[in-house]
Design a protein around this ligand. Structure first.
Ligand code: PLP
Length: 407
């Protein structure tokens, strides 16, 4: 009889978003007149940039000709896109990343999850708390997380690094030894960023301990403050200890297009083996590349028009973030994030629990949010608000929450 991967049996249900959806639908059923505004959505809502559409249309036409047809492409991505990434996302910031260090993929989610394939099962993994759940669950599936402790909401083999108000939601390296460290800046869900000095401390820790930092910068495009690093490779020493994940999902509205990339520097070696070679081997074996049409669309983001159009969509979301942050702060709520990220991490008033405040805002303001406790124990007492909605609806949601607080 076949044996299943029993690690899957240890996973708790993906409770957060299903429970949010359930509570919204129960509320809607009881209050059919309520017009609920969702500040809970983690997906983009603006259409793709015209430059991207034109590039994809042209690529579709090519695919219908003998001369322009493309079958299986290189597993690592087409050279035109890898070159554009190296030039615009790195060289333009003074960072030297070679095209052969870049692996184009169908998503940062897949890459953050799949990267575990190249690491041994005995490694100790450190994650932020609260956390993007993919890092935790994929390690649990691989058998690296140990057992889930229901009462604590934690896995017993993971190192949790609390991201709380006192450390600016950006943790210091842990006292205990961690081999694989997931960092995500700008952060989902807190919207926090890490300074150059904070990242340098991480890079020094990783180089000293032989650890590897898995740096997720899916929200890099939202950075507004001059001094905040856009890539971990701006930090000296990162080439020997870090892998970086980037995505076009939030940068250019590609959530439905699927295109991202991962950077594995040539100098990054463990046990005398280049991790670039291991990841290349993994990708060539298990992945057959991103469609030509999609990669042409992604490359169009780097043209002058593409850049301007995608920046405009980001600016739209950034303005929503400002409306939420400033509107709710002025009403006396404590808001974090939202300056370099599309997420606002709001402290619940009067020490209310995340789910209680979620219910209150849903009931009194008809606004849907995401309870922070769902992202990890240190998220208790917070809710996450997102800036991906329509501008008018966002403003109305803020006004409604303010009116609720005034009563
Ligand atoms: N990383 C983080 C931190 C995210 O929040 C998300 C999506 O919400 C992703 C990665 C997923 O990116 P992609 O759409 O490229 O798979």
């Amino acid at each position: 009889m076949v044996k299943i991967n029993e690690n899957y049996q240890k996973l708790p249900g993906s409770y957060l978003f299903s429970e949010v959806a359930r509570r919204i639908s129960v509320y809607s059923a009881a209050h059919p007149e309520a017009r609920i505004i969702k500040l809970s959505i983690g997906d983009v809502t603006r259409p793709l940039a015209p430059a991207v559409i034109q590039a994809m249309q042209k690529a579709v036409e090519e695919m219908g000709t003998f001369a322009g047809f493309h079958g299986y492409g290189p597993e690592q991505g087409y050279d035109f896109l890898r070159q554009a990434i190296a030039q615009h996302d790195y060289a333009a910031r003074g960072v030297d990343i070679k095209p052969e260090e870049i692996f184009v993929s169908d998503g940062a989610k897949s890459d953050c999850g799949n990267i575990g394939d190249i690491f041994g099962v005995d490694n100790i993994v450190a994650v932020c708390d609260p956390v993007y759940p993919v890092y935790v669950d994929t390690n649990a599936m691989a058998g690296r997380a140990g057992s889930y402790q229901e009462e604590l909401g934690k896995w017993d083999r993971l190192v949790y690094m609390p991201c709380v108000e006192s450390n600016g939601f950006s943790p210091e390296p842990p006292k205990e030894k961690a081999d694989i460290i997931y960092l995500c800046f700008p952060n989902n869900p807190t919207g926090a960023v890490a300074s150059r000095e904070q990242l340098k401390a991480w890079v020094d820790y990783a180089n000293k301990n032989g650890s590897v930092i898995l740096y997720d910068s899916a929200y890099e495009a939202f950075i507004t403050e001059e001094e905040i690093p856009h890539t971990i490779f701006e930090i000296e020493g990162a080439r020997t200890c870090a892998i970086e994940f980037r995505s076009y999902s939030k940068t250019a509205g590609f959530t439905g297009n699927r295109c991202a990339y991962t950077v594995v520097p040539m100098e990054l070696e463990r046990q005398g083996v280049k991790l670039n070679s291991l990841w290349n081997r993994r990708q060539c074996t298990k992945f057959n590349g991103v469609p030509y049409v999609i990669q042409r669309g992604a490359a169009a983001i780097y043209t002058p028009e593409g850049r301007e159009q995608t920046r405009a969509a980001i600016a739209y979301y950034q303005n929503n973030a400002k409306v939420i942050r400033e509107g709710l702060s002025a009403a006396g709520l404590e808001c974090f994030g939202g300056v370099n990220a599309p997420y606002i991490w709001l402290k619940t008033p009067d020490g209310m629990g995340s789910w209680d405040f979620f219910d209150l805002v849903l009931d009194r303001a008809n606004v849907a949010t995401t309870p922070g406790a769902g992202f990890g124990p240190s998220g208790e007492g917070y809710i996450r608000l997102t800036a991906f909605g329509d501008a008018d609806a966002t403003q109305e949601a803020v006004d409604r929450i303010r009116a609720m607080l005034d009563k």
